[in-house]
Design a protein around this ligand. Structure first.
Ligand code: TA6
Length: 299
């Protein structure tokens, strides 16, 4: 059955459609008066968002695979329930299982202002149960309009606390990483993953990326702003329910070693990830719900 037929009840005329991709994935294609977007159901992965008249705001590698069970390189991967490799050598894929599993569509809705809301859910499967995750629910609500709003909800449906890390691992497109600046993290404590996980404090000036950068900023609720003089725009990410912000650019050598990055693409991206990671991992009480939001705006 075609994706259009399978998801017929979630289609909204001229606003939300569903299509199958050559590699066997399904994506929602969204158009509103103020923006367009695409969301792959695998991983509830936003792979495209552009307000009308703007270049795409999200970076996606031209070499990304779009195949079942393989993480898409770019867009906004949903990271859960661990960030990076699983702790203590326990088995499981890097950055958790949520980004490579098929999610269900729960609802689509046209808001009175023309924005589109789509809600996706992920429930336990045999694969998550085998990793010890038996009683949870994830829900991602994405609102597409002149802003891109995301709300990631985690419900603990077990009788024991649920300890997890999470991230909206957002790849932003920039004209030239050498010229971009990021403000919002001045003076914060961070874990420098490129320097033996040492803990450091960022100085008081906006961040300028001039080498491989992979750092988990802790205990920060602040919004971040990316200044892009090449494309003459400013991208703001506001967040709530998130205590960590991760900044990543693989730079020359790491990017070369990645089979799903084309030569030179690292210069056109920066990850700014709203997260709860490391010291900021969440312990969710039985029956509890945790919400983390991120909103992206371009000016
Ligand atoms: O968020 C930064 C990071 O954790 C880096 O350490 C880097 O490896 C990146 O994510 C990408 O991870 P991936 O598993 O998608 O290759």
């Amino acid at each position: 059955m075609s994706a259009a037929a399978r998801f017929d009840r979630f289609q909204l005329p001229n606003a939300v459609g569903f299509e199958s991709t050559a590699g066997g994935l399904t994506r929602a294609v969204i158009a509103t008066p103020s923006a367009e977007s695409q969301i792959h159901l695998q991983g509830a992965h936003v792979t495209h968002w552009a307000p009308r008249g703007q270049r795409p705001v999200l970076f996606v590698s031209g070499k990304s695979l779009y195949e079942p069970g393989i993480a898409i390189r770019g867009g906004i991967p949903v990271i859960f329930p661990w960030f990076g490799p699983r702790r203590f050598g326990q088995p499981g894929p890097a950055h958790g299982f949520a980004r490579t599993m098929p999610w269900e569509v729960e609802a689509t809705r046209l808001r009175p202002n023309g924005d589109v809301e789509i809600t996706l859910t992920l429930d336990p499967t045999d694969a998550t149960r085998a990793l010890g995750y038996t009683a949870f629910q994830l829900r991602l609500r994405v609102t597409v309009g002149s802003e891109l709003q995301m709300e990631l909800e985690v419900r603990n449906e077990s009788s024991a606390p649920l300890l997890f890390e999470e991230a909206l691992h957002t790849y932003l497109a920039v004209g030239d990483i050498h010229q971009a600046r990021v403000s919002g993290l001045e003076g914060t404590l961070y874990i420098d993953k490129t320097d033996g996980f040492q803990r450091k404090t960022l100085n008081a000036t906006p961040l300028q990326i001039g080498r491989e950068t992979d750092q988990v900023h802790l205990n920060t609720k602040s919004a971040c702003v990316v200044y892009d003089p090449v494309w003459n725009r400013r991208i703001t990410i506001e967040k709530s329910g998130s205590e960590s912000t991760v900044i990543w650019n693989p730079w020359i050598d790491k990017a070369k070693a990645m089979s799903d990055m084309a030569p030179g693409e690292w210069q056109r991206m920066i990850c700014i990830e709203s997260a709860n990671a490391a010291d900021n991992a969440v312990s969710l009480a039985p029956g509890g719900t945790h919400k983390m939001t991120a909103t992206i705006r371009v000016e």
